[in-house]
Design a protein around this ligand. Structure first.
Ligand SMILES: O=P(O)(O)OP(=O)(O)OP(=O)(O)OC[C@H]1O[C@@H](n2cnc3c(O)ncnc32)[C@H](O)[C@@H]1O
Ligand SMILES: [Mg+2]
Length: 172
């Protein structure tokens, strides 16, 4: 059986669990590591481009000697005066391939958007809004805003499926 060494560029359990749950369903044996890696963008990315670039940078910075690295990044962007949450992923391989994919997008309530425009980060703002601690590590903003219908791990696992699917298409 094919054996692969992969790395996820974050220590956030919502991201690690998303990757490990998808890799567990593959036909290959995958040994998954988790490392912190710089995104090279703002702590709170404010456009689709910046969020996608953050995902790509994380993957590239985590790759080292692994067969492939996955970077996942959350951000926000404005459309028609509404601030949306967006999510991007990137998978880069040791032979130089780079795949990207995006996940769910959902509008943020105005009270949350106003705080982000004032320079706050979504993680603490969400905790304040929902009166909970560490939302970004489990259900995420998307879990709060969908009344629990979709949590952050599930949302990222879809992004990881889109990445792995592209990778598999090109692998033998
Ligand atoms: O440890 P890392 O991997 O950095 O995980 P993170 O939770 O900080 O996630 P990101 O850096 O990808 O997210 C960028 C910013 O957006 C916030 N954020 C993004 N999605 C979120 C969510 O679903 N719930 C709460 N905060 C979120 C997060 O707190 C950061 O300030
Ligand atoms: Mg972060």
């Amino acid at each position: 059986m094919k054996k692969i060494r992969a790395v996820i560029a974050s220590k956030n359990p919502a991201k690690i669990n998303a990757v490990s749950s998808i890799l567990a369903n593959l036909e290959w044996t995958v040994d998954l590591s988790a490392v912190e890696a710089a995104s090279g963008v703002s702590e709170q990315p404010f456009s689709q481009e910046e969020t996608r670039q953050g995902a790509k940078n994380r993957a590239a910075n985590a790759l080292g000697d692994f067969d492939f690295a996955i970077g996942l990044e959350g951000g926000v962007y404005e459309m028609e005066g509404i601030l949306y949450l967006c999510n991007w992923g990137a998978l880069t391989t040791k032979d130089g391939r780079m795949y990207t994919a995006a996940g769910a997008q959902i509008p943020l309530p105005k009270a949350i958007a106003d705080k982000l425009y004032s320079g706050a980060e979504l993680g603490p703002v969400m905790d304040d809004y929902a009166n909970e601690i560490g939302i970004r590590h489990h259900k995420g903003a998307i879990g709060i805003l969908t009344d629990g219908a979709v949590n952050r791990g599930e949302m990222f696992s879809h992004v990881v499926k889109l990445l792995i699917g592209q990778y598999q298409l090109d692998s033998d």
